[in-house]
Design a protein around this ligand. Sequence first.
Ligand code: ACO
Length: 398
Amino acid sequence: ISSDAWRSILPGTWFFDAGLTTTAMTESAITYLDGDGGVLRYRGYPIEQLAEESTYLEVAYLLLKGELPNKVQYDAWVNDITHHTFIHENVRKRFLEGFHYDAHPMGMLVSAVAALSTFYSDAKDIHNPEVREKQIVRLIAKMPTLAAAAHRFSVGMPFVYPDNELPFPANFLSMMWKVAEPHYKANPVLVRAIDVLFILHADHEQNCSTTAMRTAGSAHADPYSSAAAACAALYGPRHGGANEAVVRMLTEIGSIDNVDAFVESVKAGKTRLQGFGHRVYKNYDPRARIIKKVAYDVFEVTGKNPLLDIALKLEETALSDDYFISRKLYPNVDFYSGLIYQAMGFPIDMFPVLFAIPRISGWLSHWSELLDQDAKIVRPRQLYTGAPERNYVTIEQR
Ligand code: ACO
């Protein structure tokens, strides 16, 4: 039913929906999510097929343009992204290197993405399709470079320039680790694992950060500023920080012998089982199933993360316990992703950054869609609960 139709049925009526849990904020043709069935599709394609067959850059094209590219389109797209991976020297030398020596890489990323708008004078020309496409390409291409630069600064290592002979995910791994290992050549299994993780994190319909992107975008803010708003939302531990919480929880549990006692403390309401439960999925998160398989591939190369056995025992215990079954609590995307990132050598601070790198393509797809929709500015109402009208009292009389 259209908003105009609602207005004629319920003139002047508002709905109170804290957290917008039952409000569709927009129409969207990008991602389909069925939380009860555990289904996720990008532009109609099941996530399982994309994770098996596709690449992150192909998925980014699909999300943005609505269709899979043919060979010519794909090659042109990859070429375009590959030739925009460099960041302006001032972004690195003046801006990123100006941060405090122990700056959090996600804090640096939020700021650097916002700062990019000042480097591209055409950024505000959002109604020109060619200029819009250029900003989209720039942002997708520069995210791994900014991410790796932020990491290296935060651990005191020199910046590594992009190597545009390498495919997108291998280039990112090279910028992350190259000088630490001078003859570094990324293992193909790890390159593919990162690409699959990027595919799985590319979009997830109207989550908190995408809503932030749509909200800033609805005011016609430029794409860099809108993406910085989205990055800021993702920085929140309730959104981009759950896989970090999983690793900390597993570390605290420490041994499979402690799993039963931990589960009892969860059931007693003392703590939550991190990486379990989801606002939308009331079934196994399809991404978690794929990630679990990726984890085994990665551990073949890196050696098993010692926390894996605790995670497996926790999952087995929870999935056969009535507390979790009755509340429809299943592993979500974060349950295994942190274990993979940790095994690959990423510090915990980088986990939300690793989420932001591919999610930029989802954010930009929604940004582009809302401009095509000529969407209204997001401006919800509230239920006022403050003081009634009262008269001003001078400071001497208070
Ligand atoms: N462990 C134990 N109990 C839980 C958990 C959990 N992880 N999640 C929900 N519950 C219980 C609640 O205590 C509540 O029980 P009650 O009915 O007896 O009070 C019931 O399940 C419903 O929980 P809500 O908090 O109402 O569910 P909501 O949909 O609001 O929360 C959320 C979803 C925030 C993801 C929650 O499941 C959670 O905190 N999970 C752990 C953190 C996590 O993994 N977050 C990542 C989400 S995925 C992402 O952002 C990419």
